[in-house]
Design a protein around this ligand. Structure first.
Ligand code: BES
Ligand code: MN
Ligand code: MN
Length: 463
């Protein structure tokens, strides 16, 4: 025990001594505009993948490679110290969401800026700031002779567009990725005072509905009233998806939902939520959602249906009297355990085609999706993560169900036969996908401090 203590003290001292450099290296990574959705940034994706690879080698990886795919490249790296020891596979993503609307940023999204102890930049929390902690933790462990596990890294460049090429890479490289657990830092915790661990992620179905009426935009006075208005029809179809209790009305939508047990609901209720603070932060006068469930339950254990974007007709300055020829919406559902993304996508597509009234044609097409994921709370890996967090935060973490999705999780488990444990250090208020995304510097260092404990406890508990 004395020996362990000395080693931990050594790692802490190392982090303190190198903290400025760690931060500056992250800022360099954040300067690369690796937007996976935007083909203008294709070259930046490769530049970013190479930067990640170089940082892994610098941190002590014995092998690091950039694998090209039909889309953006995947970075793989490893440090194998002893094949007899357990192996941890770290997954993360170097791609980021588009930064628009740019005018709402207080500093430029790809010119990282520090204000109030927070790093503001696109990708600061999602996910560059988070996977980079694992790279720095590798450096810390390597340089303090403290590695207790083998470590592999798989950092992809297409998470934000649904990981279309990672599945193929995983099934073609099962031996390369062979591991005992997959560790992901791409989620949030409640706060530094109240640490939490994501025990599940929601799945996703995503469709696009295009309603077409007349063969051209029409004068709304000459034709309005006599011709179905695609925008009105689309709005009605969308409104029909929820009843007065905000329950989803699409037939079969809830059929496969694995309801959380009263014991699970009681456990999740332990996660505090200050509803006044929540409303204030979002600038909303009241909360809204499915009757019978708390706010946390609405975003954690319940499936939902959202409109992500809707357009059609005249949206420019002033007014133009026009009956649009077309109206379109992007609609997604978040799914909970036991729901199947493919099945729900089919239900949604069928529903919108079926309820289309005469007078319009409806085209419904599918986008990417992903399955929900649940982490068992009794696994060695979960225990190691909980213990690691307790050690560095001084408090046992609360398990919470995350509202977001990481599409590859279920596939990793299916293809590699290993469980995933989430150790996220972000905050819900980090503005992921929004203007002014940020990551608290304190969370960044706390993560670097916690990760070596995870490896140590995972090795210990695996014996
Ligand atoms: N890191 C997020 C997922 C996340 C966000 C988990 C917040 C927990 C808390 C991830 O990068 C993400 O944004 N995923 C997308 C999925 C996708 C297919 C674009 C999502 O959830 O919308
Ligand atoms: Mn992410
Ligand atoms: Mn994201």
């Amino acid at each position: 025990m004395y020996y362990l203590h000395i080693q931990n003290a050594g790692m802490k001292a190392y982090i303190n001594k190198n903290s400025d450099r760690f931060l500056n290296e992250l800022l360099d990574l954040l300067r690369i505009p690796s937007i996976s959705a935007d083909s203008k940034h294709k070259d930046d994706m490769l530049i970013c993948a190479n930067a990640v690879k170089d940082s892994l080698l610098k941190a002590g990886a014995t092998r690091a490679e950039v694998y090209s795919t039909d889309g953006h490249p995947i970075v793989y790296a490893e440090k194998i110290i002893d094949p007899a020891l357990p192996t941890v596979l770290v997954y993360g993503h170097y791609d980021v969401q588009p930064a628009d609307p740019l005018e709402l940023w207080h500093s430029k999204p790809f010119e990282p800026t520090i204000r109030d102890g927070k790093i503001f930049a696109r990708g600061a929390c999602d996910d560059k700031g988070q996977f980079f902690m694992h790279i720095k933790a590798l450096e810390v462990m390597s340089n303090n002779n403290a590695l207790k596990t083998n470590i592999k890294y798989c950092i992809e460049g297409e998470e934000e567009i649904g990981s279309p090429n990672l599945a193929k890479f995983v099934s073609a490289n099962k031996t390369l990725l062979k591991s005992d657990v997959i560790l992901i830092s791409d989620t949030a915790m409640i706060s530094l005072e109240t640490p939490s661990i994501a025990s599940g992620m929601r799945g996703l179905s995503y469709i696009e509905v295009e309603v077409t009426g007349p063969n051209r935009d029409l004068h709304s006075g000459v034709y309005g009233g006599a011709v179905a208005n695609p925008a009105t029809v689309l709005a009605k179809m969308i409104a029909s998806c929820h009843d007065e209790n905000n329950h989803i009305t699409i037939p079969g939508f809830y059929d496969d939902v694995l309801e959380a047990t009263p014991a699970e609901r009681a456990m999740f209720a332990k996660a505090p939520l200050d509803e006044e603070e929540y409303k204030k932060d979002l600038g909303i006068p009241a909360l809204y959602g499915e009757k019978g469930y708390s706010t946390k339950e609405r975003t954690g254990i319940r499936p939902t249906l959202e409109v992500n974007g809707i357009w059609g007709g005249y949206t420019g300055e002033g007014s133009k009297t026009v009956l649009p020829s077309k109206a379109t919406a992007k609609i997604s559902a978040r799914l909970v355990p036991n729901q199947s993304s493919q099945k729900i996508t089919s239900l949604l597509l069928e529903y919108f085609k079926k309820i289309a009234p005469a007078g319009v044609t409806v085209k419904a097409t599918e986008h990417h999706g992903g399955e929900p994921y649940l982490t068992p709370l009794d696994s060695i890996a979960y225990k190691a993560a909980a213990k690691a967090i307790e050690k560095s935060f001084g408090r046992e973490p609360i398990p919470v169900r995350e509202g977001g999705s990481i599409p590859i999780c279920a596939l990793f488990e299916k293809e590699l036969g290993v469980k995933i444990v989430f150790m996220g250090f972000g905050l819900d208020s980090d503005n992921l996908h929004s203007p002014n995304e940020k990551y608290d510097i304190a969370n960044f260092y706390k993560g670097i401090e916690t990760i070596p404990y995870f490896h140590e406890y995972f090795a210990e508990l695996s014996k």
